[in-house]
Write a protein that binds this ligand. Sequence first.
Ligand code: SF4
Length: 336
Amino acid sequence: NSRILEVTSLKKYFPVKKGFLKRTVGHVKAVDDIHLHINEGETLGLVGESGCGKTTLGRCILRAIEPSEGSARFKDRKGNPVELTTLDPKQLRKIRRDMQLIFQDPYSSLNPRMTVLNIIGEPLLCNGIAKGEELRERVKRLMEMVGLNSRHLERYPHAFSGGQRQRIGIARALATNPRFIVCDEAVSALDVSVQAQILNLLQDLQEQLNLSYLFISHDLGVIQHISDRVGVMYVGKMVEMAETDALFNTPKHPYTEALLSAKPVPDPRAKSRRIILEGEVANPANPPSGCYFHPRCKYATELCKQKAPEWTEVGKDHYVACHLAGELELQGVHTQ
Ligand code: SF4
């Protein structure tokens, strides 16, 4: 498989400042030494509790937030790798046409004073792709692509339902003909039935346009439905990554096991296997020693308190950061 994106050792540390002189007294490690790749035409899901760093990671890749360290290499249209972290603003503007973001909240991410024509047309105009009648025609085509009535292009966002607004957001993201899209909680604000429609739309568009997605969500059901592979984050670190079925059926990290145990099971007679995690989520400004998960992990050993586990491949395309990876018999949720 051809990789469209390769991220190595990516870090984002936010300084913690204190006192009158605003001296830096520490750092919040929001994204801490992340490795991942995304193949062309595939969806990598990213899951974890809120505040685990998944949104910051998505934005660091797009350089909407400047990463502190590390590398993010993106394959351009000619097939050449481009190091995103060191691009100057002009080069960045050019490559941004290829990489877009779909936001969480279709209620607040669209300017209420702009018509749909202007909202979807703005990236076309700003990038010098189209103007005038051509822009209008392109916007109409984009609206049809996402299942909106193209006669409604002079309407304002308030005239549309939540699902339709998210379709407007998707049409806007598609305007520059991107190849990679970060979907950040793209369906979380929607009703379950509308969620399914938007997920299906994203999948259809992926097939038609050979799009690659980084799909960020706290919702395991959504992640399982849409992802080819899944990464699990805990306190700024990636703790496990695998193909979707492997991750859900045979997790190798105790945190993944606990997260999966909270996933609702369709059969109401099934016994709850929920693993209740003791203790608080670690503070990223002052994380525990060794493995960040050790204060909450029922399998923790002395080594876990002292040494951070390394990111290791334990099976085909299955990576885990745990000293006991491969030794533990963990429970998954059986998907078949
Ligand atoms: Fe638990 Fe140790 Fe693995 Fe961390 S390294 S998840 S504490 S067993």
